[in-house]
Structure formats: structure tokens, C-alpha cells
Design a binder for this molecule. Structure first.
Ligand SMILES: Cc1cc2nc3c(=O)[nH]c(=O)nc-3n(C[C@H](O)[C@H](O)[C@H](O)COP(=O)(O)OP(=O)(O)OC[C@H]3O[C@@H](n4cnc5c(N)ncnc54)[C@H](O)[C@@H]3O)c2cc1C
Length: 332
């Protein structure tokens, strides 16, 4: 590989739009590239990328390498790993960033192995050491109870980044950049899997990850009936309902609503935690929220240490009055 240079982001797109995490990766990549005084490049692979390359430039990239091929229509490990191995060796970046998404979780470790380099997964902060110019990769460890900083000395230095951990830049359509088509020969005989069907999850209302207000219920909510009241409150805020792990494990709500270390990571403006104790595994998924309000009958509950506002009491008594007041204020 040539002398490693620049920061490369592996971008994900759908129907010509960048995914939210790609904007966040480009925002972070821009800062790192500026600190190194080097280029930020984005690599996009797919069947028809449409406007996605221009959007990547507006989101901070100096250069976009686009790889279009009918065999890249759906994400599959074999063609994507072949494309990424070839492209990374040709481009030879100093740093390679991917999202901590289902694609990133599949692709990043395989690629790191093929390149013979290290990989820090699920990072929440990335900085450049001003003296060594090496990437410092911070990630939660011990179930979110501590943070560790990793430094790899093999290039590219690879990291996957947790969703919502870094802010995207405001898109600037006047930014100028270069879009470079890249051809990678794919051998159909080496693609061992085939996508037979794609099933879209039906959902009503706002997506949990995109909601500006989340009402999260914990074990203290007591059962599925209680969650109906949380839905009412979330609706008043045009927000979404989430849950800690016990309500999901107990089948009160679907698993897709779980927030935390093994669930979704969210960072809304307002997070209302109802009957949630505030375990480190739960906080790993919501501590990026701008404001946390906790309702819990135990004044010693850990969630109060994280909350900006707290109400000590039985949620069944507190919530109706709170919801009424919210509805009045939002209507006025
Ligand atoms: C590897 C691993 C991964 C995990 N991943 C996750 C994860 O992704 N997400 C997650 O949430 N957990 C996760 N957990 C589980 C985690 O450790 C906790 O067990 C869980 O978060 C506790 O959920 P809770 O706060 O709802 O329940 P509890 O800890 O049981 O707390 C219930 C709270 O409700 C309060 N309460 C009870 N009744 C009322 C009432 N009427 N009014 C008001 N308050 C009331 C109680 O005072 C208590 O504080 C994980 C655990 C492990 C080991």
C-alpha cells in the first residue's frame, strides 16, 4: 500500500440519500482530517447511488469514490468485503471510519483482519494526538461503567462509531468536491449468498432513533397496560416510546423498543424515564439525551444522578397530572 494519508469514511446510503450515521461519520471525519491537515474521502458502494455522492460532499467530504455495480444492490458480505479490501488498499487511508450499524459490524472486523490491522468498535469519541498524529479511540468498557482509549499503530487505524455519538455538519450544498468512479471487478462465483426477500418493518409514528422526545418505561411500569399511558404522553410530544430491557424480556413491548447497551442508542432533546432504575447498561443507550426527566418512587434510584429533573413518587399518580399539564402547555 502507498504511504497512508487522509481520513476515509465508509458511507451507507439508501435511495440516493445518506443514512444519518454517514452524516455523523463525515462530521467526525472532517474534524480529524482538519486536525491532520489531510483530505477527507468518502467511499460509497451500491447499485444506483443517485445524488448520494453530492450529498456526501455537502456533508464534509473532499472527495467521493463511488462504486456502482448491480451485484452491490443489497448488502452482502462477499461482494462488499471484496470491494472494500481493494478500495482501501488502493486509496491507502491513514484512518478508516465506519458506522456501528449492522453493515459496519459485519464488514469492519472482516476488513481489519484482511488488512492485518487493529479495529476499535463502538467508539464514542475520536481525537488526534497532536504529538504522534495517531488516532485515539475512546469506547465504553465493562458494560458502560468505564471508558478506555485505544491507539493502534497499524494503518489504516480503523474504528466503528456509535450512532448519535458525533454531530453531523449542517449540509452545505455550495461545498466543492470531486466524485471519482471506481471500478472493482467482482466475480459472481465468489458470492456465496443471495438476498431472496427484503421484509420492511411496519411502524407507525416517529422512529425511536429519530424522536426528539422519548418516553421510556422500565420494569416499574408494571405491564403492557402501563405502556398505553406512556404512549399517550409520547403522542402529545409527537415523540416515541422506548423501554428498558425487562419490559422487552417480559414481552410487554417488542424488542425493537429496547434502549441500552444491547438495544438502541438514542440522544433526544427530552428523555422521560418512568420506573427505570438507571443501570449502567440502560444509561449506555440514553446518556447522550439533552435533558432527562426521571419519575421513580425510590429517591436513591441511580437514574436521578443522570436526570436534570426528577420526581420521586408512584408514576401512576405523577404521570396523569404531568401529561395533562404537558397537553395544556403544548396546546397553548
Ligand atoms: C450484558 C447486559 C446487557 C444489558 N443490556 C441492557 C439494555 O440494553 N437495556 C437495559 O435497559 N438493560 C440492559 N441490561 C439489564 C440491566 O442490567 C438492568 O437490569 C435493567 O436496565 C433494569 O431495568 P429497569 O430499570 O427497568 O428495572 P429495575 O432495575 O428493576 O428498576 C425498576 C425501577 O422502577 C421503580 N419503580 C417500581 N415501581 C414504581 C412505580 N410504581 N412508580 C415509579 N417507580 C417505580 C423502582 O424504584 C426501580 O428503580 C443488560 C444487562 C446485561 C448484563
Amino acid at each position: 500500500m502507498a504511504e497512508p494519508k487522509g481520513v476515509m469514511v465508509y458511507g451507507e446510503s439508501a435511495q440516493g440519500n445518506l443514512t444519518a450515521i454517514t452524516g455523523e461519520l463525515l462530521g467526525c471525519g472532517r474534524q480529524l482530517a482538519d486536525a491532520l491537515k489531510e483530505e477527507l474521502v468518502c467511499i460509497l458502494a451500491g447499485n444506483q447511488l443517485g445524488e448520494a455522492p453530492q450529498k456526501a460532499i455537502a456533508a464534509g467530504a473532499d472527495k467521493v469514490y463511488k462504486i456502482e455495480d448491480a451485484m452491490l444492490a443489497d448488502y452482502q458480505t462477499d461482494p462488499y468485503i471484496a470491494v472494500m479490501e481493494k478500495a482501501t488498499k488502493d486509496i491507502s487511508p491513514r484512518i478508516l471510519l465506519m458506522g456501528q450499524t449492522s453493515v459496519g459490524r459485519d464488514l469492519a472486523p472482516r476488513l481489519a483482519f484482511r488488512l492485518g490491522v487493529g479495529l476499535a468498535m463502538d467508539t464514542v469519541e475520536l481525537t488526534i494526538d497532536p504529538e504522534t498524529k495517531l488516532l485515539q479511540e475512546t469506547r465504553p468498557v465493562y458494560g458502560g461503567n468505564a471508558r478506555a482509549i485505544f491507539v493502534s499503530e497499524a494503518f489504516p487505524q480503523m474504528a466503528t462509531i456509535r450512532s448519535k455519538a458525533m454531530p453531523p455538519l449542517a449540509p452545505d450544498t455550495s461545498r466543492k468536491g470531486e466524485v471519482i468512479p471506481l471500478k472493482v471487478e467482482l466475480d459472481p462465483a465468489k458470492i456465496r449468498t443471495k438476498v431472496l426477500q427484503t421484509v420492511k418493518e411496519e411502524m407507525a409514528g416517529v422512529k425511536l432513533e429519530d424522536a426528539q422526545t422519548i418516553v421510556c418505561g422500565g420494569r416499574g411500569v408494571g405491564g403492557p397496560e402501563g405502556f398505553k399511558q406512556l404512549e399517550e404522553l409520547a403522542k402529545a410530544f409527537k415523540g416515541a416510546v422506548g423501554a428498558s430491557r425487562p419490559p422487552c424480556d417480559n414481552g410487554w413491548v417488542p424488542d425493537t423498543m429496547q434502549i441500552g447497551l444491547t438495544g438502541k442508542i438514542v440522544a433526544p432533546e427530552l428523555y422521560i424515564a418512568v420506573g427505570v432504575s438507571g443501570s449502567s447498561q440502560h444509561l449506555a443507550g440514553c446518556s447522550g439525551s439533552k435533558n432527562i426527566i426521571a419519575i421513580n418512587k425510590d429517591p436513591e434510584a441511580n437514574i436521578f444522578k443522570e436526570a436534570r429533573f426528577g420526581v420521586v413518587g408512584d408514576w401512576k399518580q405523577v404521570l396523569p397530572a404531568f401529561a395533562e399539564k404537558v397537553k395544556d402547555l403544548l396546546a397553548g
